[in-house]
Design a protein around this ligand. Structure first.
Ligand code: NAD
Length: 343
């Protein structure tokens, strides 16, 4: 039997811990260890899950040991024992580790909070898996960009896209972020148009014509996008629905059937049927799909805490040349219980 690829995870917060759990569910990879900055409840969870903890420096080891948390070594030790590192540190911190990964000759996966220039390629499984194959470093784009790319790359198969306009209503913070807001405001973020999300989409598919605007609202559950896509030719509603139904990692939510018309209900429903209430899939509101000649508009919802997790698993396989595109997507989705149905 082929041995499993050893994956180091640097940063064990919202994204890092979900990636670690997902890696350990795959047949072809295993977490070699995680790098923790603070000896908090996430560190206690790692011990409970049998995941080895490493610290940033020798000095930090003492802080962990004082709390009774066993530490195996520092990040330098972990990297030497691993085949690839997934960096899930906060925005911009990945940049400070780039040199360390490079000098150790280890392949690296970065997240969307880093500049696109950090890696050889910015990545989305549906859009450019083949281009990322064998790349030494890959950046998995942000949650909003991943959501946009899933629907864009799917619908570009129906007919050639001419122009996209998307308005992003972004969650203010993740549920555990107790010091972030806004608490009572709708913040234009950024004020200047188009927002940076359009550029981020272009970091994966440079040929697309897209404009985005974004506001941040006081909620922690999900983002919602209103997307308008103009095609070169006239389109038929059923072709749009069929494409979204058939694409991996997209749920077409039927409001008439489920009576779901909000992010709160999506998460509440997900808590009944999905692990941790995570929704790795992009949720498109089927009843919002509306056609006018060569234009379609619809609402979609993005669970920011978990949508990028399957892409990280695929990025590991692409970087290490383990599997082809659809082989990786289907393995990942099967092991993570990703399907086409919420209700
Ligand atoms: P987070 O703050 O929840 O987790 C980051 C973790 O890294 C924390 O545990 C923190 O203690 C640790 N850390 C801080 N400094 C460190 C250092 N120098 N070395 C090692 N660990 C360190 O952040 P997150 O939300 O998981 O975001 C991680 C990355 O994923 C960012 O690039 C972010 O933009 C991206 N991302 C976040 C979301 C989201 O909604 N949370 C969605 C998609 C992508």
């Amino acid at each position: 039997m082929k041995s499993k690829v050893k994956v180091a995870i640097n940063g064990f917060g919202t994204i890092g811990k979900r990636i670690a759990i997902a890696v350990n569910k795959q047949d072809d990879m295993i977490v070699s260890g995680i790098v923790k900055k603070k000896p908090d409840y996430n560190a206690l969870y790692a011990i409970r899950a049998g995941i080895d903890i490493y610290t940033i420096s020798d000095k930090d080891m003492e802080t962990f040991r004082k709390k009774g948390i066993e530490v195996r070594g520092t990040i330098n030790d972990l990297i030497k024992e691993s085949d690839i590192v997934v960096d899930a540190t906060p925005d911009g911190v990945g940049e400070t580790y780039k040199e360390l990964y490079k000098t150790n000759g280890i392949n690296s996966i970065f997240q969307g909070g880093e500049e696109a220039s950090i890696a050889d390629i910015s990545f989305n499984s549906l859009c450019n898996y083949d281009e990322a194959y064998g790349k030494k470093s890959i950046r998995v784009v942000s949650c909003n960009t991943t959501g946009l790319l899933r629907s864009i790359c799917t619908l570009n198969q129906v007919s050639k896209i001419e122009k996209i306009n998307a308005v992003l209503i972004r969650r203010g913070a993740d549920p555990q972020e107790i010091k972030k807001g806004p608490i009572n405001s709708i913040v234009l973020n950024p004020v200047n148009l188009p927002s940076h999300h359009a550029l981020d989409v272009k970091s994966v598919i440079p040929w697309i014509n897209i404009s985005t605007a974004a506001v941040v609202v006081p909620t922690t559950l999900m983002h919602v996008h209103h997307v308008t896509i103009r095609f070169k030719d006239k389109i038929i509603k059923n072709d749009i629905i069929d494409a979204l139904m058939q694409a991996p990692r997209i749920i077409l939510l039927d409001t008439k059937l489920s009576d779901i018309q909000s992010t709160a209900q999506i998460i509440d429903a997900a808590r009944l049927v999905k692990e941790r209430g995570d929704v790795n899939e992009l949720v498109v509101f089927k009843d919002s799909i509306s056609i006018d000649e060569n234009e379609v508009q619809f609402f979609q919802a993005v669970h920011q805490e978990s949508i990028v997790v399957p892409e990280n698993i695929d990025a590991i396989r692409a970087s290490l040349e383990i599997s082809s595109k659809y082989d990786s997507i289907s393995q990942t989705d099967k092991k993570l219980g990703i399907n086409k149905i919420l209700y």
